[in-house]
Design a protein around this ligand. Structure first.
Ligand SMILES: [Zn+2]
Length: 278
């Protein structure tokens, strides 16, 4: 593997976190992120810095994992010799179609949900990304890590992902980079690079509230746990903006918090996001 791959993955993650904060209108957090992005960028070798800045002008995603021999950025099936190169070569490898830098990921968690058949009616709004089975109207967890674990397990039990524990580890790594807790008691823990299915969202409600961000005293009560295939990374930002818009409204949050049964929570979520999530 090229020595800068991990560095580039981290840099891209920070750029995406920055875009998430903008989607959430959390402008006060941007300075800190900008400083980290600049510091990581200047640590790169000069030729890679040039390459990165050229790629970033065109695209948010500059580096993507290979999954099942396919580029997760554009879906191109790679030739066998190229797959081998991505796995073993010390040179940077790029996708021949979308020209993004490719890397090999050792055993990431996978989405194993069944994709809808052509004869099934097309779902609309939030129902495209979630289901009543992914609603948890009374989380038992009392800590951030346990809440993430509880929601990841629910996704595994409902048949959406193959390995909850891998997902938990990845979600906690993401929290360590920057907390996903926001104002109004909302949090959006998530994992990118979960391939094999579509973007998938679970919703958990904590009646007591959970301390999600170590630096903040506000308790988190509404948790959206989201797994994102690489290709949906940019779409995810739109979804975030939609959810943030809906739930910046106190009345909307009150309606979610009032539902004690998963089925009713699902109905409330669908109704509330009807206008903000297409
Ligand atoms: Zn590609």
């Amino acid at each position: 593997m090229h020595p800068t791959i991990n560095h580039l993955i981290q840099l891209q993650e920070l750029t995406l976190i920055r875009a998430e904060q903008r989607a959430h209108k959390q402008e006060h957090r941007l300075d800190e992120l900008d400083a980290s992005i600049t510091s990581l960028t200047t640590q790169l070798p000069a030729d890679i810095q040039v390459l990165v800045s050229r790629m970033q002008k065109r695209d948010t995603l500059i580096i993507v994992p290979m999954s099942n021999g396919t580029c997760t950025g554009c879906g191109m099936k790679l030739p066998t010799s190229h797959i081998q190169q991505v796995r073993v070569s010390n040179d940077l490898q790029v996708c021949p179609i979308c020209t993004r830098i490719l890397y090999y990921q050792e055993g990431p968690p996978r989405n194993i949900s069944r994709s809808p058949t052509r004869t099934e009616p097309r779902k609309a709004g939030i129902a495209r990304f979630s289901s009543p089975q992914l609603m948890n109207s009374r989380l038992k967890a009392a800590t951030r890590d346990d809440a993430i674990r509880e929601m990841a397990l629910q996704m595994q039990v409902a048949g959406f992902i193959d390995d909850a524990e891998k997902l938990v580890n990845a979600a906690l790594q993401r929290e360590a980079m920057a907390s996903t807790a926001l104002d109004h008691g909302l949090a959006f823990p998530h994992v990118r690079g979960v391939e094999g299915g579509g973007l998938t969202l679970g919703l958990g409600i904590s009646a007591k509230g959970i301390k999600f961000d170590g630096r903040d005293k506000t308790l988190t009560r509404i948790i959206f746990f989201i797994v994102i295939p690489t290709a949906a990374s940019v779409f995810y930002l739109k979804l975030l903006a939609g959810l943030a818009e809906t739930f910046s409204d106190a009345e909307a949050r009150k309606l979610l918090l009032a539902e004690e049964e998963p089925e009713k929570l699902w109905k409330a979520l669908c109704k509330l996001t009807k206008k903000t999530i297409a």
